[in-house]
Design a protein around this ligand. Structure first.
Ligand SMILES: O=C[C@H](O)COP(=O)(O)O
Length: 246
């Protein structure tokens, strides 16, 4: 990682948590000494817990955000949550295009780009998730799949891209315990950075996600184009999440 990019460790709670457990987790994150690290930390929580998270983390160095956003600003869109609503809870980040949403909610590459644009319009930082399936990797298509997924996002223009975070999450590594090797991840991260092209590509944070644990974080983070992690399961256990950030 170059000196110009700050490391970012972002937790994705997915559909986990309840008021009592969240309080314990957030308090444990807040209680940990962090003076020794410049690593940015954040948590992306389910919508119902944004108020609780905002209240707990307000004034701390830990940011928070959501896991999805509507492309619409307001209106008759039952079940949707707008960027303006997320800003009401002082969200900094919002995940867009997580593979679980691409797969289970049929989110297209274009829709993911539209969500990234909606996030930017609301003043949020979109974390654009990309990643190939195992079949695609085995077919040698990892980079071409990611290039396809990123194309509509890059079409938003370099000014927009500079305000985003990109997360490379190979689908076969998510929740499986099977992490990409640092070399596999670096190869894709370098391809992503090359695809960003243009002025400022060196400034964009590119996170790796997929079974990141304290035991493998350091070797991943040692790679030149890996700027941190998007952490699922391990972000639900304070000591594991803190150990990754440390
Ligand atoms: O958003 C996080 C990723 O899906 C990774 O999840 P995981 O760390 O549980 O493999």
């Amino acid at each position: 990682m170059t000196a110009t990019r700050t490391r970012l460790v972002l937790g994705n709670w997915k559909m986990h948590g309840n008021l009592a457990d969240n309080t314990k987790l957030l308090n444990a994150l807040l209680a940990a000494p962090r003076a020794a690290t410049t690593t940015q930390m954040g948590v992306c929580v389910p919508f119902p817990y944004l108020a609780q998270t905002a209240l707990a983390l307000s004034g701390s160095s830990i940011a928070w955000g959501a896991q999805d956003i509507s492309v619409h600003a307001q209106g008759a869109y039952t079940g949707e949550v707008s960027g303006g609503m997320l800003k009401d809870f002082s969200c900094h980040y919002v995940l867009v295009g997580h593979s679980e949403r691409r797969a289970m909610h049929a989110e297209s590459d274009q829709l993911v780009s539209d969500k990234a644009r909606a996030a930017l319009t609301a003043g949020l930082t979109p974390v654009v998730c990309v990643g190939e399936s195992l079949a695609e990797r085995d077919a040698g298509q990892a980079v071409s799949v990611i290039t396809r997924q990123l194309a509509p996002v890059l079409a938003l223009g370099s000014e927009a891209v500079l305000k985003m975070v990109i997360a490379y999450e190979p689908v076969w590594a998510i929740g499986t315990g099977r992490t990409a090797t640092p070399e596999q991840a670096q190869e894709v991260h370098a391809a992503i950075r090359a695809a960003l092209k243009g002025a400022g590509a060196e400034q964009v944070q590119i996170l790796y996600g997929g079974s990141v644990k304290a035991a493998n974080a350091a070797s991943l983070f040692a790679m030149p184009d890996i700027d941190g992690a998007l952490v699922g399961g391990a972000s639900l256990v304070a000591e594991d999440f803190l150990a990754i950030a440390a």
